[in-house]
Design a protein around this ligand. Structure first.
Ligand code: OAD
Length: 245
């Protein structure tokens, strides 16, 4: 379904819902200037994730990850600001519609826009820590160290590791448990800007649907779960949500 027919249906579903989970992916932050991983111009079309974002590879040689962070991630994440979509979700929370945001994004933009109940399935960029002594560093501190040395090291000599989840690592248990609970208890599950190919995160829309929720998917490209959704809108999330508000 394209945007024009979709917004009025979306509005009706939102009006009828009381416990909405918004589930966001990289496409949701695209209009904040942060590249997606898949789809047109996605990062994984230029970088092989098994080299730049896989935990065993990181243990063998962390400089690949850190080079990718230095050249591709840090410069855009540092200057990114929440877009209209982030503000719209915060507004829907204030109006008592959204009760949880579950995100795969690590950019902390939901919190900056005012969402208070955000479950980060893939960690975030705020925390970077030493693999030897566990000392914590901010993203800016890690970047300063990174400009001196690849990979960046702690004052104790240990290698720094991001607080984001790499492929091959388990998701943070508390976040996953909270996400499962919220998903089972929602009456509407709203997917926003995710290709829905990375598991276990991508299992949540299925679980929501099986638990009786209305499933809505808003994404520019089709996803593998479109067939099970009650409403699919192929469009940009920020424009659509601001029209909804
Ligand atoms: P992807 O990059 O896989 O998918 C983003 C989706 O957003 C694509 O299907 C695009 O069509 C769509 N899109 C782009 N711009 C959009 C816009 N303005 N509005 C709506 N849709 C838009 O991102 P995720 O599904 O979040 O994990 O990826 C999941 C995980 O894979 C990430 O968290 C990351 C990645 O590898 C790890 O690194 C562990």
């Amino acid at each position: 379904m394209f945007i024009d027919g979709g917004v009025s249906k979306l509005k009706k579903i939102v009006m009828d819902s009381k416990r909405i989970v918004a589930f966001t992916g990289a496409g949701f932050s695209a209009e904040s200037g942060i590249s997606t991983f898949r789809g047109a111009g996605g990062l994984w079309t230029k970088y092989d994730p098994s080299i730049y974002a896989e935990v065993n590879r990181f243990r063998e040689d962390p400089s690949y990850y850190w080079r990718f962070f230095r050249d591709e991630r840090y410069p855009v994440i540092k200057r990114a600001k929440p877009n209209e979509g982030h503000f719209a979700l915060a507004e829907l929370e204030k109006r008592g519609k959204i009760y949880r945001v579950i995100t795969q994004n690590i950019d902390v933009l939901h919190q900056l826009a005012g969402s208070s109940d955000v479950i980060e399935l893939h960690g975030n960029t705020r925390k970077i820590f030493c693999l030897s002594c566990e000392r914590e560093y901010s993203m800016n501190e890690a970047y300063s160290l990174l400009k001196e040395e690849l990979p960046p090291r702690c004052s104790c000599g240990g290698v720094l590791k991001p607080g984001t989840v790499l492929f091959g690592e388990p998701l943070p248990k508390v976040a996953l448990d909270m996400a499962m609970l919220a998903t089972r208890n929602c009456d509407m599950f709203l997917v926003l800007g995710s290709s829905l190919v990375v598991y276990p995160a991508a299992s949540l829309p299925r679980i929501a649907k099986k638990s009786g929720a209305i499933l809505v998917i808003i994404n520019i490209d089709p996803t593998l779960l479109d067939d099970m959704a009650d409403l699919v809108i192929n469009g940009g999330t920020s424009k659509l949500l601001s029209r909804l508000i």
